[in-house]
Design a protein around this ligand. Sequence first.
Ligand SMILES: *[C@@H]1O[C@H](CO)[C@@H](O)[C@H](O)[C@H]1NC(C)=O
Ligand SMILES: *[C@@H]1O[C@H](CO)[C@@H](O)[C@H](O)[C@H]1NC(C)=O
Ligand SMILES: *[C@@H]1O[C@H](CO)[C@@H](O)[C@H](O)[C@H]1NC(C)=O
Length: 262
Amino acid sequence: MSSIFGSVPILAAVAIQLLLLPSVVLSLNITNEYLHHACNNTQGKYKPGSVFEKNLNIVLKNISAFNLRNGYALDSNMNRPYKNIPPDTAFVMLQCRGDSYGSKCHSCLARALSELRKKCPRNKAGTIWYDQCTLDISTYSAGDTRVLYENYFCMDNPKALSGDTKMFIEKKKVFTDKLLSEVSKHGKNGKGPLYATGETMIGTKTLFGMMQCTNELYENSCYVCLDWIINEHPFCGRGKQGVRYLGRSCNARFELYPFLRT
Ligand SMILES: *[C@@H]1O[C@H](CO)[C@@H](O)[C@H](O)[C@H]1NC(C)=O
Ligand SMILES: *[C@@H]1O[C@H](CO)[C@@H](O)[C@H](O)[C@H]1NC(C)=O
Ligand SMILES: *[C@@H]1O[C@H](CO)[C@@H](O)[C@H](O)[C@H]1NC(C)=O
């Protein structure tokens, strides 16, 4: 019996790997890494079987039935408008990246939720960031048009940039400004696109960029949020091949390879 696996011809194993290779390579650029989390300890913890836990589960169950076609959900066990919020009300905000709608958004939600529960066990509030979604749980509504400045961070791609760094910084700045104006363009009902992607040549390299605001924001707030988060981290990503800026209300990413689904 022990020889069954040992006797698989090496050639067959190699052939299997070769068959698997193309799809592996294609999917490597589209990652959904865990990036960061922030537990909110001010809002406290809930007890098992508590009213808050029940409310939270109702909201999460509700969201799991949404189609998430536009990659966004803000839901609560209370009705809108979210005013005079009773204690133990649960709010959940999910914003998926612009290329991660529908089932992709659902699977990001599932991952983010189980990880948030591990990282912030029984916290009534917390935020978790993945490449493809941001999930926020709270007892109060963050879901107005205000930019939320509480949690933000920057991560760089550890790979060093080769070549003319000074030119790269200048061209990246021009590209950043172009994406900023696109993502915060005026649209109907005051809502701009809230998601913009693009690419630009810098010397022989192609720089890919993406910017997104949560669906809660209007075009000027979207601009304000992204402009703020990028300028908060002037040295992040400098001399590196890529950078991610992440906040509760907006995020942006730049890389020298395509990292979005096309
Ligand atoms: C935690 O929640 C409180 C509201 O109860 C809010 O004022 C505060 O900014 C939050 N802190 C963080 C770090 O998100
Ligand atoms: C569940 O979702 C539906 C459809 O969006 C909404 O009308 C309802 O208020 C939600 N209920 C709860 C408890 O979240
Ligand atoms: C990512 O995309 C770039 C540009 O198309 C390609 O050169 C590179 O091989 C890809 N990387 C992976 C890991 O697939």
